[in-house]
Design a protein around this ligand. Structure first.
Ligand code: URP
Ligand code: ZN
Ligand code: ZN
Length: 467
């Protein structure tokens, strides 16, 4: 087994910052000790490989709890496969993803899960787990939830949006929540009132309002906060915890904050696109706004302050990417002349760690909070802690050596995601990944990719550890 010593860096976890050396034995962290001591000098003599981290941060690999590789949507498929998407994640310092297997209406959960295992097995560059999307809540799928929790698929996404596709009505949602309250599963909610949104979509199109910016206008903030409120009340009735995905509107944050002030087990994530982009992007001319079509939609820039505040106060606990890329050419273009036909979703899995480091540089969050929202809490929320999300003896050696002073400019020319545009084209970032270890193997070293398709292992997960 290879013994690797990461020497002289500032080790940052959600709990502490410490000038320390990290000893990796094979695939696991063996020990962490203050740098320059007798014990670390002994480690150095016995190490097969030494990584010099002087002047650099040593952080846990990122855990992105919301991705959609190869997702079928809007008549096409998300353009990153498990192979390309997990490689891009590794480049950006993310070493675990939790993707969404999908139940198709009329089919069993098992069928959907098997299909996602078949797509991903032997193809991932980093470790991965699955949530399950429930598109057809009935007696059979409710029973199946129990078995899935037992085998490590312990979270279930439901949609209050997309009638006719993924949508569940309130009765189905309540039943799924009741089931989850009994089996330990965590319900993840896409909280937008899809029935009302579809009326507004129809009216906008009938009035000739077809540009991408109308995607943002019809998906009203009130329809996100109303759905968030309803989801919270249904979870209360069921006695189940709730995790609200991709929160973008200030009013939705208020609903979540109110619930948490009552002591309810309500949790939520937001995504970098809502923190750094806005309806100004959706309004870009010449159909360029289509690049930013996702749901929930981007909001006016004023909403960002509420999201940052929520992240600081822990009313929002996680930042995930909702990585769901579609190329501009040939995919986003499906919605020219009808914004409702633009496939919903944006690329981002490669940039989350860097964008959130930029938030540290900009003073929105502290360094430890960066690690908490991007590594530790997603791991705890989805039953992967402390194997993932921290640097501690016994944890998987998923470690990023991060240069906080390096400068980079994000661009489609240089990113590794399989998509023909960058949502952050030209954005300057302070900070950059230097070296990435996935289970003790160096997968990225400076400009070199040393990873391997198939290195990534499937991760059966425990139930939520954040309650
Ligand atoms: O626009 C989005 N978010 N696409 C992916 C599917 C979802 O709702 O998360
Ligand atoms: Zn969603
Ligand atoms: Zn999503």
């Amino acid at each position: 087994m290879t013994r690797t010593l990461i020497q002289g860096g500032l080790v940052i976890t959600a709990g502490e910052e410490l000038s320390a050396d990290v000893l990796v034995d094979g695939e696991r962290v063996a020990a962490v000790a203050a740098s320059g001591t007798e014990v670390t000098e002994t480690w150095a003599r016995g190490a097969d490989r030494i990584i010099d981290a002087t002047g650099l941060y040593v952080i846990p690999g990122g855990v992105d709890a919301h991705t959609h590789m190869e997702m079928p949507f809007g008549g096409t498929f998300a353009s990153d496969t498990f192979e390309t998407g997990t490689r891009a994640a590794a480049w950006g310092g993310t070493t675990t993803i939790v993707d969404f297997a999908i139940q198709t209406v009329g089919h069993a959960l098992r069928e959907g899960l098997d299909a996602w295992h078949a797509k991903s097995e032997g193809r991932c560059a980093i470790d991965y787990g699955f949530h399950m999307i429930l598109s057809d809540v009935d007696e059979h799928s409710l029973k199946e939830m129990d078995a899935l929790v037992d085998e490590g698929v312990s979270s279930f996404k439901l949609f209050m949006a997309y009638p006719g596709v993924f949508y569940s009505d309130d009765g189905q949602i309540l039943r799924a929540m009741q089931r989850a309250s009994g089996n330990g599963g965590l319900i993840m909610m896409h909280a937008e009132n899809g029935i009302a949104i579809d009326v507004l979509v129809e009216q906008a199109l009938a009035e000739g309002r077809t540009d991408p910016r109308y995607h943002g206008e019809v998906r009203r903030e009130l329809l996100e906060s109303e759905a968030t409120h309803r989801a919270i009340q249904l979870a209360r009735v069921a006695g189940a915890p709730l995790y609200v995905v991709h929160v973008s509107a200030e009013q939705a944050v208020q609903e979540i904050t109110g619930a948490r002030d009552l002591g309810l087990p309500v949790f939520a994530e937001t995504c970098p696109q809502y923190l750094f982009l806005s309806t100004d992007n959706l309004a870009e001319p010449d159909f360029e706004g289509a690049k930013y079509v996702c749901s929930t939609p981007l909001r006016p820039v004023e909403h960002q302050a509420a999201l940052w505040r929520g992240l600081r106060t822990n009313d929002l606990q996680v930042v995930s990417t909702d990585h769901c890329p579609f190329c501009f050419t040939g995919q986003k273009e499906l919605g020219r002349g009808d914004f409702s036909k633009i496939p919903n979703g944006m690329p981002g899995v490669e940039h989350r760690m860097d964008l959130l480091h930029q938030a540290v540089v900009d003073g929105h969050i502290s360094r430890r909070r960066w690690i908490e929202i991007a590594c530790a809490t997603p791991a705890r929320m989805f039953g992967l802690y402390p194997r993932k999300g921290t640097i501690a003896p016994g944890a998987d050696a998923d470690i990023v050596v991060y240069d906080p002073e390096a400068r980079q400019t994000l661009s489609a020319e240089t990113h590794h995601m399989n998509v023909d545009y960058s949502a952050y084209e030209g954005k300057r970032i302070t900070g950059r990944v230097r070296t990435v270890l996935s289970r003790g193997h160096v997968v990225v070293d400076g400009d070199a990719y040393l990873g391997r398709t198939g290195h990534g292992r499937y991760l059966p997960r425990a139930t939520c550890q954040y309650l």
